[in-house]
Design a protein around this ligand. Structure first.
Ligand code: HSO
Ligand code: ZN
Length: 444
């Protein structure tokens, strides 16, 4: 990019107390995703892969990823040279793998829930893995083996039978060895060398070489997100998705105890993801000197980053919200419902009980988001765009579904049957009532 700009890298400030309500609502809003426009662009791609399968996939990969492939899927055992990573990186991946696995194993629902609701009426619930899952690992400006870990480990822990990992190939047709290394660790049953809407379509419908899956997971750009929404709505595809994904976000709440360098570093770690990353600093009764220190740190640290051009764009759209109290700050955060929430607060752990909406919380000065992004154990595939109000991040249960069952004894049916017959009569559904009465008659 030849149009590298210069000058300070700064956020815009708002004082919440004097911000009129409409503007205050504006602070909570993320940039509008042009979802309808994207749907129209993505539909022909999805349809093409659906009808022409591998041929379409190969053409689209040549067009969008500039990779000329002869086949799109690699099956295990993966060739050693495709997974060759530096020793230090391999060790780091293994430690991250162990932590993430430990946390996600603890989430697995292996127990059967059994409740006798009335004498002789036993209701149960048990979990089963989703058989075939597709994991989308974005390409683009960064390679993301961490995303392969975050999606692959819960799939493996849940016991999914088929794990298809899709990621765009590099122009030479290869996949980064780090991603292949993780694919192998998590027991991927296939690696699909494709990205964007075409990869999502291949996972949803299957092609001659790509196995069809039952659920598609993972973050992605607007094309990927639109394609996921599209296939989810097609009953022919019979596929579900993890969550509606948008650009990554962080909201940092900082009070007088906050270390300005730490706060700035946390803001920038999110800002470097992409030009559309959302970064919000909520200041709790900070004096101008402290705020100026944080802003200076943002500027200085940003200029030292290799991704300074990305950061410049995302920071310029980011905001500082000044509040008078922790309560006011947390209320704002709960309304914003950030993907990541970092608490640079005195007694930060005491405040967690007031957090109602957030994808993942980072408590205290020594819990940077980076740790959750890579290796502490929590998942980094989290709800964005305010969806933390009603969605959880990806977790082991995302790869399982629950089946309920009931077993009723003869005496149980004597007790429950009349209740059911009455309700069936009330709904005018005679056959339902008969299914009970025919048995009650036999029992008498
Ligand atoms: N912060 C990103 C995840 C990530 N960070 C991957 C580094 N690599 C979205 O939660
Ligand atoms: Zn990150």
């Amino acid at each position: 990019d030849a149009t590298v700009e210069d000058g300070p890298i700064r956020m815009r400030s708002y004082d919440l107390a004097v911000t009129p309500p409409e503007e205050r609502n504006g602070l909570l809003r993320r940039p509008v995703l042009k979802s309808e426009e994207m749907m129209n662009k993505v539909k022909p791609i999805v349809d093409d892969v659906r009808s022409r399968g591998d041929a379409a996939l190969l053409e689209l990969t040549a067009k969008f990823d500039k990779a000329k492939l002869t086949s799109t899927v690699v099956f295990p055992p993966f060739a050693a040279e495709t997974m060759a990573v530096e020793r230090e990186v391999g060790e780091a991946i293994k430690t991250a793998y162990a932590n993430i696995k430990k946390f996600h194993e603890a989430q697995a629902d292996g127990a059967t829930l059994r409740v006798e609701t009335m004498p002789g009426v036993v209701c149960s619930r048990f979990a089963r893995p989703i058989a075939r899952v597709g994991l989308y690992v974005p390409g683009g400006t960064a390679i993301l083996p961490s995303t392969a870990l975050m999606l692959g480990i819960p799939a493996q822990v849940a016991g999914c039978r088929e794990i298809v990992l899709a990621t765009p190939p590099r122009p030479d047709g290869s996949i980064s060895p780090e991603v292949m290394y993780v694919a192998n660790l998590v027991g991927a049953s296939a690696v699909l060398k494709a990205g964007g809407a075409q990869a999502v379509a291949a996972l949803a419908y299957g092609t001659e070489s790509v196995p069809k899956v039952d659920k598609i997971f993972g973050p992605g750009n607007q094309w990927v997100t639109a394609a996921k929404m599209l296939v989810q709505n097609d009953t022919d595809a019979l596929v579900s998705i993890d969550m509606p994904a948008g650009p990554s976000e962080v909201l940092v709440i900082a009070d007088y105890t906050a270390n300005p360098g730490f706060v700035a570093a946390d803001l920038l770690s999110q800002a470097e993801h992409g030009v559309d990353s959302q970064v919000v600093l909520v200041a709790v009764d900070l004096d101008e000197a402290k705020l100026a220190e944080i802003e200076k740190e943002v500027d200085v640290q940003a200029h030292a980053l290799s991704r300074v051009d990305i950061v410049r764009k995302s920071v310029s759209k980011s905001i500082i919200v000044k509040t008078r109290s922790v309560q006011e700050a947390i209320a704002f955060s709960n309304n914003y419902a950030p993907e990541h929430l970092i608490l640079h607060l005195e007694n930060a752990s005491e405040q967690v009980k007031y957090i109602d909406n957030a994808g993942s919380v980072f408590v205290g000065p020594y819990s940077p988001e980076s740790c959750g992004d890579y290796a502490s154990g929590t998942n980094h595939t989290l709800p964005t765009n305010g969806y933390a109000r009603q969605f959880s991040g990806v977790n082991t249960l995302s790869f399982q579904k629950h089946i309920t069952s009931q077993e009723i004894t003869q005496s149980g049916l004597r007790g429950l049957g009349p209740v059911v017959a009455t309700l069936a009569d009330c709904e005018g559904l005679e056959a339902h009532a008969n299914a009970v009465r025919i048995r009650l008659k036999e029992l008498n």
